[in-house]
Design a protein around this ligand. Structure first.
Ligand code: F6R
Length: 256
């Protein structure tokens, strides 16, 4: 009898590189992702890490700090590049991503201050700042591991739907749901712009770890993982990245 093998479609062949893991809950997702990062650091002292802000990676930073406190990890040769920063905003402002990173991570590990980078939300010359940020990433040898969250509209970094695949660090206008309604310590103003690494900058990382947690991410996760590659879902381009791991909690995976 002849065995019949189903022929893989071109799409299925393309889609074989994403490794998707479903963890029980947010706590487990945080611990597993911290161990993921720790392993990479143990393999390479001068790891270049791409970092994200937002709610999702808070647990990752908390757990990484815990592992650091056990004495297992040394961040002294690590360089970091954050994906994005509001614009314009002072890095000292309580709502800046620079402050988020300091409070949640940088203040608790031994990364020398001059080795952690974010786009400068107070830069006067925006284009120059964006170009220098790209140059800095390249001169560090490129990003080894990029951590990503995902917006409910599929954005990665602040690359909103419609972003060009070839985009690099630039000034973007945020979609309504991501606008900061109030800037602490300043007269009422809305912040609807950000500096963000581009899709191309993200795709140039050697490896990507994308995290998603909660029911509200379930639909976009399903569209990203099971749907077509489309500029309407920026995260879908990750199908064409050679090394992507996606950690989901059960809620985020519930529509897969
Ligand atoms: C933040 C970033 C964004 C967030 C995304 C999800 O640096 O680049 O893409 O990752 O908006 O945010 P949370 O985790 O708050 O749901």
């Amino acid at each position: 009898m002849r065995l019949k093998y189903r022929k893989l479609s071109y799409r299925e062949m393309l889609y074989t590189t994403m490794e998707v893991k479903v963890l029980n809950n947010y706590d487990e997702l945080s611990k597993k992702s911290a161990v993921f990062v720790a392993k990479r650091l143990l393999q390479k002292d001068n790891l270049v890490l791409g970092l994200a802000t937002g709610d999702t990676p808070k647990g990752l930073y908390r757990e990484l700090v815990k592992i650091y406190q056990t004495g297992l990890l040394d961040f002294s040769e690590v360089t970091t590049f954050n994906l994005d920063e509001y614009y314009p905003i002072s890095p000292e402002n309580a709502a800046s991503f620079a402050t988020f990173m300091k409070e949640r991570f940088f203040d608790h590990v031994n990364i020398p201050e001059d080795q952690s980078h974010l786009p400068d939300g107070s830069a006067q010359e925006v284009e120059k700042e964006c170009k220098e940020y790209e140059d800095l990433i390249h001169s560090a040898g490129g990003i080894d591991l990029q951590i990503l969250g995902i917006g409910t509209n599929g954005h990665i970094g602040y690359n909103e739907p419609g972003s060009k695949w070839g985009s690099e660090t630039r000034l973007v206008t945020l979609k309504e749901e991501n606008v900061l309604e109030d800037v602490p310590g300043e007269p009422a103003r809305k912040l609807n712009k950000a500096l963000t690494m581009g899709i191309k900058s993200i795709m140039q990382a050697q490896e990507v770890l994308l995290l998603a947690s909660g029911r509200k991410k379930a639909e976009i996760i399903a569209r990203t993982i099971d749907g077509e590659i489309s500029r309407e879902v920026p995260a879908s381009i990750l199908h064409l990245h050679p090394s992507v791991t996606i950690y989901l909690d059960r809620d985020a995976a519930s529509e897969l």
